[in-house]
Design a protein around this ligand. Structure first.
Ligand code: MG
Length: 282
């Protein structure tokens, strides 16, 4: 695949992504996909979706897992509900993520992605050690499917994410870098973070955001905005991706499923911006 193919987050039947026809209409050649609900993770659904992709000339580059009960309402709720970190749902969600990996294999895709949650800061805690165990077990399953797992950024600082990946000790654990999340969660300057973790980045989101007021960073969300209108700095972002040697797709993420018209418009504008910058930089 040529470097920096434009992509968009799409959905099979669930999540915040656009429907495949939007990617098709906009001529976008790659998609990341939100995994569908359990009852639709079937061979028939995979075959149909894959046929639609092939007909539209679209390649699936990563399938993202998500779980019932997750809520991004505010940062404390996200901490309590998202990913494999909450202990009450950890085992069941790890099992579901294995099933999502199996479904991803049916789609012929070699990468699964997820928000693992807010990794506990104390590396000696039982919760952290338990998370390491369940992540290793998941990664071994993912490896059997010939896949990598990409952790979405935002909930950890660069340093803690690197510590966690180091401690997991598996060769198929990588990063899906989202610059806007670093701003939304207040976890660090996205460009500086990208330079620190760039060697592990295997997929990226092109998303933009504005910082929360300084006193509230990390406690309250920043705000997601259309690509190019926020604090990431798209030209600097792409130049930094070039600097770290990233050649994978540039996947646009615009999480405003409540406003499908605006979502479609913003994705079209974002694709044009990325194409213009790509022509300048590559
Ligand atoms: Mg993202």
């Amino acid at each position: 695949m040529p470097p920096w193919q434009i992509g968009v987050f799409a959905s099979v039947d669930a999540g915040l992504g656009v429907h495949l026809d939007v990617a098709k209409e906009l001529g976008i050649p790659t998609v990341q996909v939100h995994s569908p609900h359990a009852e639709t993770r079937t061979q028939a659904v995979a075959d149909k979706f894959l046929a639609q992709c092939k007909a539209a000339g679209i390649t699936i580059t990563c399938v993202f897992g998500g779980f019932e009960g997750e809520s991004y309402a505010d940062i404390p709720t996200t901490t309590a509900t998202v990913g494999l970190v909450p202990e009450a749902t950890r085992a069941a969600r790890a099992q579901e993520m294995k099933e999502i990996s199996d479904f991803t294999k049916l789609l012929g895709c070699d990468a699964v992605g997820m928000h693992i949650g807010f990794v506990p800061s104390d590396r000696e805690s039982a919760s952290y050690k338990g998370l390491l165990e369940v992540t290793r077990d998941l990664l071994d399953h993912v490896a059997k499917n010939g896949q990598r797992l990409h952790l979405e950024t935002g909930q950890e600082t660069a340093e803690h994410l690197l510590e966690f990946i180091h401690d997991v000790q598996r060769q198929n654990l990588f990063i899906n870098f989202d610059p806007a999340n670093m701003i939304l969660y207040g976890t660090g300057n996205p460009i500086e973070t990208l330079k620190k973790i760039g060697h592990l980045v295997r997929s990226v989101h092109c998303k933009d955001a504005k910082w929360a007021a300084e006193a509230k960073r990390g406690a309250e969300w920043g705000s997601e905005v259309a690509l190019g209108e926020g604090d990431v700095g798209m030209e600097t972002y792409l130049r930094t991706l070039k600097e770290i040697g990233y050649t994978g797709p540039l996947t646009i993420e615009r999480e405003i499923a409540h406003d499908r018209e605006r979502q479609r418009r913003d994705i079209g504008t974002a694709a044009a911006l990325l194409q213009r910058l790509r022509a300048q930089i590559l």
